[in-house]
Design a protein around this ligand. Structure first.
Ligand code: DLL
Length: 436
């Protein structure tokens, strides 16, 4: 793999500024953001007043802990535009997350917001090793989802030539990678695996492709998956994180030279980690739920938004801005099976150890006879795997789950293609248990 480390002088100065400079900028911006939300969004005025706090009460960054949280249902309750802080004619773009239940969450951007978004995504793409003039194959979905158009904004800001292919039509994805020879690909890690399968199905060696870096996010993926993808394509695989409520992709990004967690672009997004049960801010380095406050957003300021993503904060390395550890799960995705907590990424990690099995999987939960059961549906890695190798891998995976997670799961290994594929975020959990 090529060394793609960006030149130090190509970085935004704030990326490598001192902590004091970063904190001073954050404090100034945080004061503005609280005031902006309070003055222009009825929801924030009401929630601050109810908590007995006022934007003037913030004198230090740690004072933010006095302010109330915002949660997903607050956004749904204010559907569609109740959380917007500017008149509609200043809103230049709207995105929405589909959400599996209930109302979609709607977010908006002013011209300035779009500029800032483009800049943080450009910063992220540069951290991944992309440079002006390079070609990017952007396979995140275009539309209301922030992935496709968000990456596109950043690619424009960095000066890339972008192939806006969006998700789907997998044979065409491979064809255009072969013909256009892009340097980078942006795609969900699960869809990257489908693209990988398609290379193999067409008899092409993905290691011979032009790709030097894959920029994966929008869903959890493990370091084991990183190694698999890096080896299969002979390219770097780096993690990009974000959520619509905070801006979209480009909230934090892993650097290609260090791959040690994701630097949060702290000049725009202020992170906290809280204990999800008590709501208390935890000590630096401790695991908990990630909470974000926007520092510059005009159309859709967001104060102490509970992401449900579990991670911890670490000091900066390749950049001065703090890192968040790779998100391995959301509290909503945590399966509680007979009292044991399980995340889909734990299954992914164990699955990656079995070379006879493909990294595609789904977890099915059911409750026959009032007892929760977990079934893991996966498939053989290629059609040459014979029945005994399949049986062996099935037993090995079940034993590994029993040993490391502590639960008995039924493992079912189908033929190649048995696990349904998605063109964006993978559906990992099918919960068929009766709702309480
Ligand atoms: O998924 C934005 C995005 C697009 C990020 C493209 C990266 C690349 P939402 O659809 O609002 O936005 O979903 C946000 O997805 O709270 C996490 O649970 C999950 N997520 C996003 N990135 C990662 C990641 C986009 N790198 C939700 N690792 C977030 C783990 C991620 N989970």
């Amino acid at each position: 793999m090529k060394d793609l480390t960006p030149a130090r002088d190509s970085l935004d100065p704030i990326e490598i500024a001192s902590r004091d400079e970063i904190s001073a900028l954050q404090l100034e911006r945080l004061k503005w953001s609280l005031r902006h939300a309070y003055d222009n969004v009825a929801f924030y005025k009401k929630s601050f007043d109810a908590a007995g706090v006022h934007p003037d009460d913030l004198n230090d960054l740690s004072d933010l802990a006095k302010f109330p949280f915002t949660v997903k249902t607050d956004l749904r309750d204010n559907y569609p535009f109740g959380m917007f802080a500017v008149p509609q004619d200043q809103v230049k773009r709207i995105h929405a997350s589909s959400g599996t239940t209930g109302q979609p969450t709607v977010v908006g951007y002013t011209e300035n917001d779009l500029k800032n978004w483009g800049n943080v995504v450009a910063r992220s793409l540069r951290a991944a090793g992309m440079r002006a003039g390079d070609m990017l194959h952007n396979a995140y979905g275009y539309g209301l989802f922030t992935g496709g158009l968000g990456i596109h904004l950043g690619a424009d800001a960095l000066g890339l030539s972008t192939v806006p292919i969006s998700g789907g039509m997998t044979p065409r994805q491979v064809r255009l990678i072969e013909d256009f020879k892009p340097k980078g690909i942006t795609v969900t890690p699960s869809y990257a695996l489908s693209v990988l399968d398609e290379f193999n199905a067409q008899g092409l060696d993905p290691r011979d492709s032009s790709l030097e870096v894959g920029i994966f996010g929008a869903e959890p993926w493990t370091n084991a998956m990183r190694l698999e993808i890096e080896q299969a394509f002979d390219m770097h695989a780096v993690d990009i994180y974000g959520l619509s409520e905070v801006i979209g992709p480009g909230v934090s990004m892993e650097c290609v030279e260090s791959k040690d967690g994701l630097h949060i672009w702290e000049d725009h997004f202020y992170p906290e980690i809280i204990n999800p049960e008590t709501g208390e801010v935890v000590a630096e380095g401790e695991m908990g739920e990630l909470v974000f406050t926007s520092l510059t957003k005009e159309a859709f300021p967001i104060i102490r938004y509970r992401t449900r993503d579990l991670t911890r904060l670490l000091a900066g390395t390749a950049r001065s801005m703090r890192r968040m550890e790779k998100v391995t799960g959301r509290s909503d995705d945590m399966i509680i099976l007979r009292g044991v907590n399980v995340f889909p990424t734990q299954i992914e990690e164990l699955l990656m150890d079995q070379s006879a099995l493909a990294p595609h999987f789904q977890i099915e939960l059911s409750r026959p006879d009032r007892m929760d059961q977990m079934r893991i549906l996966t498939e053989v890695s290629n059609s040459g795997i014979d029945a005994s190798a399949r049986d062996h891998a099935t037993a090995q995976l079940a034993a590994a789950i029993k040993q490391s997670v502590g639960i008995s799961a039924k493992v079912e290994v189908g033929d190649v293609g048995a696990v349904p594929r998605s063109e964006g975020k993978a559906v990992r959990i099918i919960d068929m248990r009766p709702k309480a």
